[in-house]
Design a protein around this ligand. Structure first.
Ligand code: FES
Length: 177
């Protein structure tokens, strides 16, 4: 009974807490910076690595650790597109849909990717392998169209290159097509 109660409570309390290993890394990061505030970006990366995305609960947790308000943390999280507020797939495909990329067919590439994966933009496949979103300019307009998969850019995309990229993701490791 108590075990059932505790696992149910765990499922619904949405409490987040660093593992011991991550807490050690957190302390190591803090030691490298003069102020906690300047350590916020690396701490947010660490937090996202730990939890997969930055939920409201994770933001409150980081705010407490960093002596900041949740609003201050959220402001930074919202500014950078590499931070995810919701769960994303193992391969998170972020299609730039701003002008240069749009003019070079990024919408069409995103649309064909979505239909190939059976999801809509903003969704994640049922197996958790892929998610697709449209994002604002990735700052690489000279090599449009561009898709960012997790932290890596894939530029001058064509439908064929995109096919190869997705195939390599399916094989487990995205490669430059
Ligand atoms: S418009 Fe796509 S990278 Fe700038």
């Amino acid at each position: 009974m108590s075990q059932h109660h505790s696992s149910t409570a765990q499922a619904y309390s949405k409490e987040v807490q660093f593992s011991e290993k991550t807490m050690t890394e957190f302390k190591n990061i803090l030691a490298k910076y003069d102020s906690k505030r300047s350590a916020l970006l690396p701490v947010l990366h660490l937090t996202q690595d730990e939890f997969g995305h930055l939920s409201d609960e994770a933001i409150v947790y980081v705010a407490k650790l960093m002596d900041l308000s949740p609003a201050q943390v959220l402001e930074v999280v919202s500014f950078y597109h590499m931070f995810h507020r919701h769960p994303v797939g193992q391969h998170h495909l972020q299609f730039c849909v701003t002008l240069s990329c749009w003019m070079n067919g990024s919408h069409q590439l995103m649309k064909s990717t979505c239909s190939r994966l059976g999801i809509r933009a903003g969704e994640t496949t049922a197996d958790g392998k892929f998610s697709v979103v449209g994002v604002e300019c990735l700052g690489s307009c000279g090599s449009a169209p561009v898709v960012q998969v997790n932290e890596t850019y894939y530029e001058n995309l064509t439908p064929e290159k995109l096919n190869r990229l997705i195939a390599s993701c399916k094989d487990g490791e995205p490669r430059q097509p």
